[in-house]
Every structure is written in structure tokens, then in C-alpha cells.
Design a protein around this ligand. Structure first.
Ligand code: NDP
Length: 246
């Protein structure tokens, strides 16, 4: 595997929350970072400036994952800009909670498009350009395995789907020496799930450590799985949830 200074990562949904922490963490490790966003052009520009001012290389790409082929195009733009792609982090995601009979089919399709199809699209586009030691990591969720209250049918479905997809892709890409893993966070304090939000009190009761995770803690695990040291881990769904039990 080559040194970090020659590595290029694409992080989907890097403008805020967990994705922005991953962008910062990989940049700190000397990795060149491209990232996508749907709407947050100002915070994306600020993040690019922040990394460039610290001596790193960064590039923000507007790419709404609801639309077919946008994630594929983002991979293409990353390669066009930096000449290669070594690490793909599938982080962009949406959360919607409703009773099963309240969801519309449009909402079903949107959940699948952003949380599942765009992951597959990114892998299809990136993997042919990757080689031995390169990495694919998806941000799944504790809800792939555990749902503590009603309303999570579609979100849980989408995160179980990426866990299964990870196992399949790990087999498909093993012969190229590319590892594929899925990180399953519990509650993490972001806009999606603020620590002072309406569900927070209930969620904290499920967590052995009694607190929400920090986006930087998820980014630290991503950094390890992106590194050479993680070479014998593939097809895994790894929990990082402070001991989330129901
Ligand atoms: P946030 O809502 O805080 O941030 C979401 C990020 O994804 C933003 O950068 C956003 O871009 C981007 N995004 C959203 N929709 C799209 C889209 N259609 N196309 C492209 N980018 C999009 O979420 P988190 O940081 O909390 O979540 C990140 C990942 O972690 C998700 O996959 C989520 O399911 C997962 N997760 C989160 C947990 C939590 O408790 N927070 C727990 C377990 C898993 P923009 O700023 O432009 O809107």
C-alpha cells in the first residue's frame, strides 16, 4: 500500500455531521479528500478552505444521491481532479421515521435511492479504478440489527441492506485486494440525531455508556479501517455504539 500522501478518498455527504468529521480526520492523516453534498454549498466551501489552509487537498462536489448516476459522476469528478481514487466512504444518508402505513412509495424510493442505491453506484464506479490495499467503507447503523421503538421500518431496512451488500461486495472485490466494510454507529450527535432532540432521553437509556457518540469517534474508526493496519478485516459490520442494548 502506498503512503497516505498519495491516497485519494471520496466521502459522500461530507458537508456536515459524521461525514465532515471523516473528511477532517482523513485529511489530518495526509489523505487527499473529495466529498459530496446535496445542498450545503456554504459549509462545504468553508470545509474545503479549512483543509487547504492546513496544507491539505480538498474538493467539494454537489451531488444529490436521490438522482441516479450522481454518485457515479462524483467518482468520475474525483478521478478527473486528483487522478485516482483509493478510498470510498459511503456516508451520505437520510433518516425518516413514520408508522409503516404512513410512508408513501415516493418516500420508500427516496430511502432506497440515497441509503442503498447510491452506495452500490459509488462502488460500481470506483472499484474498477482501485487496486490492492484500497478500501470501501459504508456508514450503516445500529438499526440494521436493533429497533427500539416504532417508525423505523424503512430506515432499518436500508441499513440492513448495506450490511448484506457489504458481505457480497467483500467477496466480489477480494481478488483485487480491496476490503469492504460497514460501520454501524449507535446514536451520534449530529443534525440528524441531536443530543437534545426528542428521542435523546429514550435512546440514552439503551446505551451502556449513557451518552451519545461523537462524530469524531466514528471518524477515528473510519481512519483505522482506511489504513494499512486493517488489511485482514473485510465483509464486516462493526458496531460502534457505546454498548447499545435493548
Ligand atoms: P446529517 O444529517 O447530520 O448529515 C448528512 C450528510 O449527508 C450531509 O452532508 C448531507 O448533505 C448529506 N446528504 C443527505 N442527503 C443527501 C443526498 N440526497 N445526496 C447527497 N448527500 C446527502 O447525518 P449524520 O452525519 O448523522 O449521518 C451520516 C451517516 O451516518 C448516515 O448514513 C446516517 O444514516 C448514519 N448514522 C447516523 C447516526 C446518528 O445518530 N447521527 C447513527 C447511525 C448511523 P447536505 O449538508 O448538503 O444536506
Amino acid at each position: 500500500m502506498e503512503s497516505n500522501l498519495n491516497k485519494v478518498a471520496l466521502i459522500t455527504g461530507g458537508s456536515r455531521g459524521i461525514g465532515a468529521s471523516i473528511v477532517r480526520r482523513l485529511a489530518e492523516d495526509g489523505i487527499t479528500v473529495a466529498f459530496t453534498y446535496a445542498n450545503s454549498s456554504n459549509s462545504s466551501e468553508e470545509l474545503v478552505n479549512e483543509i487547504q489552509n492546513s496544507g491539505g487537498r480538498a474538493y467539494a462536489i454537489q451531488a444529490n444521491a436521490e438522482n441516479v448516476n450522481t454518485t457515479k459522476e462524483a467518482v468520475g469528478k474525483t478521478i478527473e481532479k486528483f487522478g485516482r481514487i483509493n478510498i470510498l466512504i459511503n456516508n451520505a444518508g437520510i433518516f425518516e421515521s413514520k408508522m409503516y402505513d404512513e410512508f408513501t412509495m415516493e418516500e420508500f424510493d427516496r430511502m432506497v435511492a440515497v441509503n442503498v442505491r447510491s452506495v452500490f453506484e459509488g462502488v460500481q464506479a470506483a472499484a474498477p479504478h482501485m487496486s490492492e490495499g484500497d478500501r470501501i467503507i459504508t456508514i450503516g447503523s445500529v438499526n440494521a440489527n436493533v429497533t427500539g421503538f416504532p417508525g423505523l421500518s424503512l430506515y432499518a431496512m436500508s441499513k440492513a441492506a448495506v450490511a448484506g451488500m457489504t458481505r457480497g461486495l467483500a467477496r466480489d472485490l477480494a481478488s483485487k485486494g480491496i476490503t469492504v466494510n460497514n460501520i454501524q454507529p449507535g446514536p451520534v450527535d449530529t443534525d440528524m440525531n441531536p443530543v437534545d432532540g426528542s428521542n435523546a432521553k429514550l435512546l440514552k437509556e439503551f446505551i451502556a455508556l449513557g451518552r451519545y457518540g461523537k462524530a469524531t469517534e466514528i471518524a477515528d474508526l473510519v481512519a483505522f479501517l482506511s489504513s494499512e493496519q486493517s488489511g485482514y478485516i473485510t465483509g464486516a459490520s462493526i458496531d460502534i455504539n457505546g454498548g447499545f442494548m435493548i
